[in-house]
Design a protein around this ligand. Sequence first.
Ligand SMILES: Cc1cc2nc3c(=O)[nH]c(=O)nc-3n(C[C@H](O)[C@H](O)[C@H](O)COP(=O)(O)OP(=O)(O)OC[C@H]3O[C@@H](n4cnc5c(N)ncnc54)[C@H](O)[C@@H]3O)c2cc1C
Ligand code: SF4
Length: 510
Amino acid sequence: MVAPRLVLVLGDQLTESVAALRAADRGRDLVVMAEAMDEATYAPHHPQKIALFFAAMRKFAARLAAAGWRVAYSRLDDPDNAGSIPGELLRGAAQVGASEVIATAPGDWRLRAALEAAPLRLRMLEDDRFICSARDFAAWAKGRKTLRMEWFYREMRRRTGLLMEGDAPAGGRWNFDAENRKPPKAGLGFPDPPAFAPDRTVREALDLVADRFGAHFGDPEPFAWPTDRDEALTLLAHFLRHALPRFGDFQDAMATGAPAMFHSLLSAALNLGLLLPLEVCRAAEAEWRAGRAPLNAVEGFIRQILGWREFIRGVWSLEGPDYMRRNALGHRRKLPALYWGAPTRMRCMAEVVGQTRRLAYAHHIQRLMVAGNFALLSGVDPAEVHRWYLSVYADAVEWVEAPNTLGMSQFADGGAVASKPYVSSGAYINRMSDYCRRCAYDVKARTGPSACPFNLLYWHFLDRHRDRFAANPRMRPIYRGWEGRDSAARARVLAEAEAFLARLDAGETV
Ligand SMILES: Cc1cc2nc3c(=O)[nH]c(=O)nc-3n(C[C@H](O)[C@H](O)[C@H](O)COP(=O)(O)OP(=O)(O)OC[C@H]3O[C@@H](n4cnc5c(N)ncnc54)[C@H](O)[C@@H]3O)c2cc1C
Ligand code: SF4
């Protein structure tokens, strides 16, 4: 009899057509799936994130077994659980006399290295669920001085034919962003996303998480994430019908009490593998072709996946493990306690952190222009910011979280992802949200005891990084405005910003 091989399926590889399963033999091989303590604790993950992964893994294992696969599934509380993925592979290998492992490459350099170091013959296959392979991305990037998402995205539109009319972009334009920056307006209603009430599997996972990880930041419930493909398809269908038509208009807006607005909430299902990116893009395109959603909305949505998601993945694979240690701006501050729920007078931060704690979700502008903006302006060590984002969102896996946090949000990669830092004063948050109306600070005040901290820190950031950014053509006018102010006014802003940062460091409520 031929010896079985082990087929490793990780928690974000829950796709029946994933490379390792395609390469395996159902009659011969043993699928290994493991809830490992190492994976659950390498960052203090939000309880909903851990429960989501475990519940989705358990359901996927049952689905594979029903389809005729032999599955060795280790639960976290199995007494023999070795606590790590390589440990579980070694245990599985000893049990069935296997010496070879077929794996789909993990989207996490740490785990990749751990698998490669295990004393087993490893066949690591490329994760080909992305629309652009790592090799194609590297070929596209080769010889370019800078990598810009927009150029990559156009190339991907041509390659896939998505929203194309012959060789031209549908509607005559590649990008409808200018129409997608509407602020929230009074009386705007939002669709309620479907909530997937915990079934028995989810309930068991939630109980386990409460027992083992109850101290982690984040509320375990209300838990509403889709945990299998059918639920993920339901969420997609609901989004296409109820939110997609307005996705574009209010893509950058933020509103109290409406955590998702017209966003899809699909990132976790996509990242776990319950949905594939190309099927989601094609489904959105079909809505436009059928006349059910306008082009600005559909283009805006498809750009997030075909453009940003694929671009970010390409950068992650190109830059390698060292990316996680980047700190181009030399920021060293500790992450303030308010990120872990300590009280704050800043309404915007309280809203975003509170929502994150409750739901393990924040939409892009909340992540980028509130939580990320504040960390960048304050000069927080990007490694600490990275650890926070990796922990608190249900959709957080390294390949997508790290370039978004270290690159797009913190400029720690020196500009590999973003052409300029995403920073703003309070004016942007005021324009795009209703947060400032209920804040203890005054968004219009530039200095003085009630001055919005974003106003002080914005100029402090620009001033301390003048050497790096003043020559950037898109930032030159901002520097001109700053340097046009009289020196006493500038000195006052900087002194007040310093005083604010000192209070932040001292752990005072700011
Ligand atoms: C600091 C920071 C950290 C982030 N960390 C993560 C993360 O850990 N995991 C994650 O999936 N996304 C991350 N993002 C990107 C983005 O914020 C989320 O994908 C999005 O908010 C998820 O909500 P949604 O599904 O409702 O998105 P929608 O607004 O409905 O967008 C549709 C889909 O497009 C994709 N998408 C949109 N923007 C991006 C982007 N910048 N990069 C990659 N994919 C994108 C997602 O798959 C998303 O589901 C991060 C962004 C920032 C600024
Ligand atoms: S005033 Fe400043 S701190 Fe307050 S909500 Fe607006 S931007 Fe945030």
